[in-house]
Design a protein. Structure first.
Lengths: 391, 448
């Protein structure tokens, strides 16, 4: 096991390899130990290490694909108070390496070497941290960004060239997830003759002896825009990603076999990011986008999918704050949103809950014994919105 | 089969050209079993359009439609023995009927958001998606919708009915942008336009915040009762310039555009949104094409699989005749982009035609090169030559073409000519709005 790998499992045949990077502590940005002269307004981030850990935990514990089991997962994290990562399968604690440019470059090379072992392999690269972009150029900022004030982007990875470099990697399924701002920086990229960071793998053509490469690239936000998170919590995009993988993005063409594929994943992430009850004031503001998604399966669920459900009164949303909402399976109460649980900051919001795929009844109860109940409703991915008719 | 589900999406389309509506991607899931599922089907969308029938067995079904904006509509229906059940999914929350095509395409927010006076977060920096209409510190200004903001200025709009071939070369446009810290229409005219530019006096429709400019083969469509600005000789490549005191956008106009199903003319619709929208773009171009409009909108969001479903539905019409080479190129982008194997397909021959028949459109050469690089066999040298050819033909019509040109040229780092071209293309790409299907360039500003 190399110094970046926190999970390894022997796999005979095609497998999945993941590299997950979360950069929260930037010593040379605002709030850091040695802030540089021109941090371009960028500060310390609390969310990326939490997000990276959450995704790594999910991968080791819950990722499942009979055709391409997880063979390795590498994790690099920088955070205010460094903590080891505990592998949920082995319970082993791993000290995590700092995601500076040298380490990420080395981790990428090792990652490529692992994914090179089998042309049927799937690789997944995830980055959460600061990012700046200009047109097609996109710099993922490593923890030592701005340590070289003469060339701040020495502390960055050129993402466009990185994906170009992976064309030469044997793995035929390649997934890139970037949870970072794509704000423009005319100074940093535009005035550095287009230098957008280090290039661990030189771009080039895919060797003709390799199978066709299928790639899927997901960005947390539109080019030119910001990505948001809540302090000390998993970022919005990564939370949407995790909830999508847990079921919202799944489909069952074979009836009991629920699978997540690349296209459905994007649709589910987009759904979450449009929901005010999930994304708050940035609902519809942070727009996740994908680049030319090739369609291939990503994950098989081992249990019924978890589906986001929104319950409210229709058409009078003012009644939402006056109703106790109840979820039932037959006569059994599965959940209740009490009046005491109404969000005082947003009293008209719907009741959001997560339910396993299946049939449910929903009821709105009002003072005086009035109630409105739905028919039996099937809850299935991507989401279900229940409007209880109130006269 | 004992019954049927009859599906449509209700949208508030206005205009005789959209009276038959368009299509959107939908899925039908049976609650029990999987035999009666219909995944990836197209259903009609529009204002009171006829439904599409799907024969199914009696039972419960979930119906789901995925709009190009990313919005997902769902409903549940129960079909009894011998019963025909209609499911109409509601997407009528466009800000106005006049703007519903833009709403459908994902370029403008739902009515509740659009009419809200709440402050909208806008990009921190001066990106290609930011239109400084007031030529001031708009970030500090009141949000549109806020009564304190007052009416926003309307941008100057000019139509370039014919353009110089060298006017859309990468070098010329980079040079033009480098010389223009602020909008300068005279300089743009001298560099890009083959003849005099035509000022567009008024939008075809407007709510005083977001303005709609429509075009047909003869040029801008004036609002009812106003004289037309049309009549100029048109060329292979037309543009519109949207300019404020501060910013200038050079907008690719895919004009003329014909419906591949019946050969009828399709209007081009350009939205200039004075509200600094976080979701949409300040300048957005769509074609009001009931056959392919949704496919183009899916394409713009990266939803290639959904776009491919729309284009495959009319594949024979796209490539059977040379009716609309731009539509054929759009279809080729999604077919190349979603191809998962290397087996020969009927449309492969058309890539040769697109590359060789339409010299005014670099997209054909970009498509040919990309397909060659991604396909079987060693066609690197031919692909490189096609990329060099594409560069020589100038900026592609489609944004994805610019992206693929960057990607293709990047595969030849050892080639000096390709490296130089890559540098020019990337520099121009710093100015594009990647959210738009057709190339929209912000010409002014310090990004040079």
């Amino acid at each position: 096991m190399t110094r970046f790998v926190v999970h390894e499992a022997p796999v005979d045949g095609p497998s999945t390899h993941a590299l997950i990077v979360g950069v929260g502590k930037y010593p040379n940005l605002i709030g850091g130990d040695t802030p540089c002269n021109n941090p371009d307004g960028m500060r310390q981030l609390s969310s990326p290490p939490i997000s990276a850990r959450a995704l790594a935990t999910w991968f080791v514990g819950d990722y499942h694909d009979d055709d391409k089991p997880l063979a390795s997962l590498a994790l690099l994290v920088s955070e205010k108070d460094p903590q080891p990562f505990t592998n949920p399968q082995t319970e082993e604690a791993h000290e995590l390496e700092d995601p500076n440019a040298d380490n990420i470059e080395a981790a990428i090379k090792e990652f490529k070497a692992r994914a090179d072992a089998d042309a049927g392999a799937r690789l997944l690269f995830y980055f959460c941290g600061h990012g700046i972009s200009q047109g097609e150029d996109y710099a993922l900022l490593t923890s030592d960004f701005c340590s070289d004030e003469d060339n701040p982007l020495q502390g960055a990875i050129d993402f466009r060239k990185l994906t170009g470099g992976f064309k030469k990697c044997a793995a035929s399924e390649q997934v890139f997830l970037v949870d970072a701002c794509r704000s423009n920086s005319d100074v940093l990229i535009g005035e550095s003759e287009g230098f957008a960071g280090r290039v661990p793998l030189l771009p080039g053509s895919r060797p003709t002896e390799l199978p066709k490469r299928l790639s899927a690239t997901y960005f947390a936000t539109l080019a030119g825009d910001k990505a948001y998170s809540r302090r000390d919590e998993v970022s919005l995009f990564t939370e949407a990603l995790l909830r999508s993988l847990r079921g919202a993005a799944s489909d069952n063409p074979e009836e009991d076999d629920w699978r997540v594929n690349t296209v459905r994943l994007q649709e589910a992430i987009s759904h979450f990011m449009k929901e005010p009850i999930f994304a708050g004031e940035v609902a519809g503001v942070q727009v996740p986008v994908a680049n030319e998604l090739a369609e291939f399966p990503l994950h098989q669920l081992t249990s019924e999918p978890e589906v986001p459900v929104y319950v409210g009164c229709d058409p009078d949303i003012d009644s939402n704050e006056l109703a106790e909402f109840v979820c039932l399976v037959g006569a059994d109460e599965k959940g209740r949103r009490k009046l005491a649980d109404v969000d005082p900051a947003n009293p008209k919001s719907e009741w959001a809950l997560s339910l396993s795929h299946g049939d449910y009844l929903f009821r709105a109860e009002f003072a005086g014994g009035q109630a409105r109940e739905s028919n039996v409703i099937n809850v299935r991915p991507i989401h279900k919105r229940i409007g209880l008719k109130v006269p | 089969m004992t019954g049927s589900l009859n599906l449509r999406v209700d949208l508030l389309f206005r205009g005789s050209d959209l009276v038959d509506g368009t299509t959107v991607l939908a899925n039908i899931y049976p609650v029990e079993g999987s035999a009666d599922a219909h995944r990836g089907v197209l259903i009609p969308a529009g204002d009171d359009v006829p439904t599409k029938r799907f024969d199914v067995n009696a039972g419960r079904y979930i119906v789901e439609a995925v709009l190009p904006s990313g919005k997902i509509l769902t409903d549940e229906a129960t079909v009894g023995e011998g019963e025909d059940v209609t499911v109409a999914l509601d997407a009528t929350d466009s800000p106005h009927e006049s703007h519903s095509w833009q709403y459908f395409s994902g370029n403008i927010e739902p009515r509740a958001t659009y009419d809200s006076a709440e402050t909208i977060p806008v990009p921190r920096s001066m990106s290609s998606r930011y239109f400084d209409l007031a030529a001031g510190d708009a970030l500090a200004a009141p949000a549109p919708g806020d009564p304190a903001a007052g009416p926003l200025p309307t941008p100057d709009m000019v139509w370039i009915p014919d353009s110089r071939t060298e006017g859309w070369s990468f070098e010329k446009l980079n040079e033009l942008a480098g010389q223009m810290p602020e909008a300068d229409l005279a300089r743009i005219e001298a560099a890009v336009s083959e003849g005099p530019m035509v000022r567009i006096a008024d939008p075809t429709e407007t709510d005083l915040t977001s303005h709609l400019f429509r075009f047909d083969h003869s040029g801008p469509i004036a609002p009812p009762g106003s004289p037309s600005a049309a009549g100029a000789a048109t060329g292979a490549r037309q543009f519109v310039v949207a300019a404020s005191a501060g910013d200038a956008y050079l907008v690719t106009l895919p004009n003329p555009w014909t419906n591949v199903l019946d050969g009828s003319e399709v209007q081009i619709e350009l939205l200039v949104n004075s509200r600094q929208s976080p979701t949409g773009s300040p300048v957005a171009v769509t074609v009001r094409d009931r056959a392919l409009g949704s496919g183009l909108a899916y394409l713009a969001t990266g939803a290639f699989a959904a776009a491919a479903r729309v284009f495959r539905d009319v594949e024979g019409m796209l490539y059977g005749k040379v009716m609309n080479p731009l539509a054929a190129a759009a279809g080729a982008y999604v077919l190349v982009g979603t191809e998962t194997d290397t087996t020969p397909k009927p449309w492969h021959d058309w890539l040769d035609n697109l590359a060789s028949w339409f010299g005014w459109m670099s997209d054909g050469a970009v498509l040919w090169a990309t397909h060659a690089l991604r396909g079987e066999g060693d066609r690197r040298d031919d692909a490189k030559n096609a990329l060099i050819d594409a560069y020589g033909r100038g900026v592609p019509f489609f944004t994805v073409g610019l992206s693929w040109l960057v990607e293709g040229l990047s595969e030849f780092p050892e080639d000096e000519q390709c490296s130089h071209m890559l540098d020019e293309v990337r520099r121009l790409a710093w100015r594009i709005d990647t959210r738009q299907p057709f190339v929209v360039l912000r010409l002014n500003g310090r990004t040079a």
